[in-house]
Design a protein around this ligand. Structure first.
Ligand code: 5RP
Length: 218
């Protein structure tokens, strides 16, 4: 139970309107949002349809009573968590759902990032996550090295061997810095053959930070 994560989720809930198609991110902070959204729909008798970003958020949406639809193009608002929050970018991918997250979050007219306060602390660090085609992972690791990023293949906790994503790919956790312009850096990582997507998100509408007492805009 994290009051700060729940308060961040409450901040995003204020932007929900009847009839919206809402992108549902992945992770523990977004789990609060999904649960609260389900409750709001029942209490206020509003109708919202979710577009999920992972098997996990699909299961949570169903549990919360939120109907889900495939991504058909239109998403009014997406709400998603982050591992690190900065003014010009956020880092995502801790849950390995970054590819579907980026598709849905960037498809949305408005994308709200929700995070608890430690994620915004300049002292907090997190690897740059990339999803790769399994065939390519050793090559991509070497290419990351050339960019000063030390890549490690993510392995499972309750399964032997590499983590396999919802898209049947591998995940590399790459220790290093986002260099220069975040948007350009994000694009440059995706230009490496074998990289499906990376966890640098430089396009968002708002970042809402949750604390033990409430929430504020970053
Ligand atoms: C999953 C993500 C998550 O949004 C990110 O890892 C934050 O997770 P949490 O809210 O559990 O801290 O990017 O791929």
């Amino acid at each position: 139970m994290s009051a700060a994560k729940e308060n961040a989720a409450k901040g995003a809930l204020e932007f929900i309107e009847d009839g919206m198609i809402v992108g549902l991110g992945s992770g523990t902070t977004t789990a609060y949002f999904i649960d609260l959204l389900g409750k709001k729909m029942k209490e206020e008798r509003i109708s919202v349809v979710g577009v999920v970003t992972s098997f996990d958020s699909e299961i949570l949406a169903k549990k919360a009573g939120i109907p889900v639809m495939p991504l058909e193009g239109k998403v009014d608002l997406a709400v998603d968590g982050a591992d690190i929050v900065r003014k010009d970018y956020v880092l995502k991918g801790g849950g390995g759902a970054l590819t579907r997250e980026k598709i849905v979050d960037y498809a949305a007219e408005r994308f709200i990032v929700i995070a608890d306060e430690p994620k915004a602390d300049p002292g907090t660090t997190y690897p740059i996550v990339v999803e790769v085609i399994p065939f390519s992972y050793q090559y991509v690791m070497k290419e990351m090295g050339k960019l000063g990023l030390e890549a490690e293949l993510r392995v499972g906790g309750k399964k032997l061997g590499p983590v396999v994503t919802d898209n049947s790919n591998f995940i590399l956790d790459c220790v290093g810095e986002v260099r220069g312009n975040a948007g350009e850096f994000e694009k440059s990582l995706n230009s490496i053959p074998g990289v499906v997507e990376n966890g640098v998100f430089s396009k968002f509408w708002k970042i809402i930070i949750g604390t033990g007492e409430g929430h504020y805009e970053f």
